[in-house]
Ligand binder design. Structure first.
Ligand code: PGA
Length: 227
């Protein structure tokens, strides 16, 4: 499918997730928050309400979350509101990094991630692996860059977004059997090109994904990559 619009991008990513669930009903999914996946979650929610998707055995793992925020502003709540509550997912199959001090062992214990959907930050972060993050990083707590906090300001009204977060590490993400990175809008074009056409560098954490053999990058600005 040729992607030119945000709606087409959303539909394509939602279709990949739906196909993953159809072929592997008990798959483990790594799921992002942010503006980019909202259209994808809308479609998945609609298809779920129509009974076209069965989440009863699917395990979902949030990529990251803020630390020290009211529950209403957490990514866990975001995923519940945009996706989980519209599906028949079992509450016991919903996981997030704030729930344990060893998220990687928890993921491993569930069989590992089959498909991870990612956005990309304007600074090249994946999940909250900010520039400078080591390749050899597992789930960890991190300080957020000012640019990240600014980009996420809209959800916080007049208060400032938190400074600290917990995130799957680069190795956690690369251990996923499939990775689908989605990016929308001209403002993401330069960083996507730097990440996938430029050198692998810890200043652009998304560039670490170049090493992954099950990677797909989908955008609505003419860049795509399939392994
Ligand atoms: P966005 O965030 O989807 O809100 O642009 C992406 C990210 O920071 O990973």
């Amino acid at each position: 499918m040729h992607i030119e619009t945000y709606d087409q991008l959303s539909e394509q990513v939602a279709t990949l997730v739906a196909q993953q669930i159809a072929t592997e009903p008990d798959c483990c999914l790594g799921l992002p928050t942010g503006q980019t996946p909202i259209g994808t979650y809308k479609l998945l929610s609609t298809w779920s309400r129509e009974g076209r998707l069965n989440w009863s055995k699917v395990r979902c793992f949030a990529l990251d979350d803020y630390l020290d925020v009211p529950p209403a502003l957490s990514f866990h709540t975001f995923l519940s509101e945009h996706l989980y509550q519209h599906t028949n997912i079992d509450a016991g199959n919903i996981f997030h990094p704030g729930m344990t001090d060893n998220y990687d062992a928890l993921i491993e214990g569930q069989g590992g991630l089959d498909m991870t959907v990612l956005g990309i930050g304007g600074n090249g972060h994946i999940a909250f692996n900010e520039p400078g993050t080591q390749f050899l990083s597992w789930t960890h707590c991190t300080w957020l860059e000012d640019s990240t906090r600014k980009a996420n300001q809209a959800s916080f009204g007049t208060s400032r977004p938190p400074q600290k977060a917990v995130t799957m590490g680069v190795k956690t993400i690369l251990s996923s059997r499939r990775i689908v990175l989605m990016a929308s809008g001209e403002k993401k074009k330069a960083i996507v090109e730097a990440a996938f056409r430029g050198p692998v560098s810890r200043q652009v954490p998304a560039s670490y994904l170049q090493a992954h053999e099950g990677l797909e990058v989908l955008t609505d600005f003419g860049f795509s990559l399939t392994r």
